[in-house]
Design a binder for this molecule. Structure first.
Ligand code: GDP
Ligand code: K
Ligand code: MG
Length: 277
């Protein structure tokens, strides 16, 4: 049975989509160690399980909800990602999408709130958006169930899903830092390496300041070495004029990538002063 994990920003229609795709919960409980609700359902076509994750803006944990999501990526096994994206707030939503694409699991986007986007005069070329991100995109209105049948059919066809992780260039200092961390990790026991998530994703989350990833790495690299890497890489970044902080430099690269994509795929077809966020 395939295991599909549902990721998205808060208030993007996750619960509506979950209900539309599954009809009911097979399991409701808490994520281990925290009072954050965990829900798992069976797809209506009975070909896969859908796992609901807390709504978050970024994987970098500020709240216990975000901690649950990073923990999930580090420790749970699952087949693919269903990323719900609010079409009326593309720019904000795509920051999480980029981090999921960097993780490299097969991913499909359910582009929700298509009615809201339309009412706000936002016209999205979803085919081009899919081409630029390298994923299948299904426009949906989760509240009414529109598009959800097509989405659930595609979810069980694995050949439609992205295979390679997204590979953005983060500038010489951060790229060097990624190499250094990777070398440290590769020097460890083979049994450890085989269980690891993608090294590049791990390194980016580490430099971005994801504390769950820091703690995870500490299991086989000393915290002194890790702190040293952060200091060294940030110093290099400043020296090379590539940013003021690691966190911000990484955010800016993603933002630039997202801005370029949005320029190409989203148009306003009405006079409307609201920004395309
Ligand atoms: P969650 O917070 O991500 O779980 O989102 P919910 O499923 O609770 O949805 C948040 C609100 O958006 C609710 O009032 C839903 O009825 C509404 N909603 C969800 N999907 C759509 C949609 O496609 N179009 C519109 N107009 N509203 C939606
Ligand atoms: K999202
Ligand atoms: Mg919800």
């Amino acid at each position: 049975m395939i295991e599909i994990a549902l990721f998205g920003n808060p208030n993007t229609g996750k619960t509506s989509l979950f209900n539309s795709l599954t009809g009911s919960y097979e399991y409701v409980g808490n994520w281990s160690g925290v009072t954050v609700e965990k829900k798992v359902g069976l797809l209506r076509n009975k070909q896969g399980h859908l796992i609901d994750l807390p709504g978050i803006y970024s994987l970098n944990p500020l709240s216990k909800d975000e901690r649950v999501v990073t923990d999930f990526l580090l420790h749970e096994s699952f087949t693919e990602v269903l990323n719900i994206v609010d079409a009326s707030q593309l720019e904000r939503n795509l920051h999480l999408t980029v981090q999921l694409l960097e993780f490299g699991k097969p991913l499909i986007i359910g582009l929700n709130m298509m009615d809201v986007a339309k009412n706000r005069g936002i016209d999205i070329n979803e085919r081009l958006l899919g081409d630029l991100l390298g994923v299948r995109i299904v426009p949906i209105i989760a509240r009414t169930g529109k598009g959800c049948d097509e989405l659930s059919k595609l979810l069980v066809v694995t050949s439609t899903q992205r295979k390679e992780p997204l590979n953005l260039y983060y500038g010489s200092a951060i790229e060097k830092g990624i190499d250094k961390l990777s070398q440290l990790v590769v020097g460890k026991k083979k049994s450890i390496i085989e269980q690891l998530p993608p090294l590049r994703w791990l390194a980016l989350q580490f430099y971005e300041g994801n504390k769950v990833v820091f703690d995870y790495l500490q299991k086989f690299i000393s915290s002194e070495e890790l702190e040293q890497l952060l200091l060294e890489t940030e110093a290099k970044l400043i020296e090379k004029n590539e940013g003021k902080s690691l966190h911000q430099a990484i955010y800016n690269v993603r933002r630039e990538f997202i801005d370029k994509i949005i320029d190409g795929v989203a148009k306003r077809n009405k006079a409307d002063k609201l920004p395309l966020t």
